[in-house]
Design a protein around this ligand. Structure first.
Ligand SMILES: [Zn+2]
Length: 67
């Protein structure tokens, strides 16, 4: 079972929860017990080691855009 990243829609608290696919739609925030939604952060790491500069803000230090 994978760990998913969530963010609370109420207080903005970010946390990781070990839940099943079915349960991840009803995850509660551990801080305020508000409704949490799943975070998708994978796109931030896709460019690692690549040469594409399209999505780089000039701070990754490893792509052609930072040369
Ligand atoms: Zn919360």
């Amino acid at each position: 079972m994978p760990t998913y990243d969530f963010i609370c829609e109420n207080c903005g608290h970010k946390f990781s929860e070990f839940v099943s696919l079915r349960e991840k739609d009803s995850v509660k925030c551990p801080v305020c017990n508000g409704k949490a939604k799943q975070r998708f952060t994978g796109f931030m790491y896709m460019g690692k080691g690549g040469t594409e500069s399209g999505g780089c803000s000039g701070s990754c230090g490893s792509c052609s855009g930072c040369g």
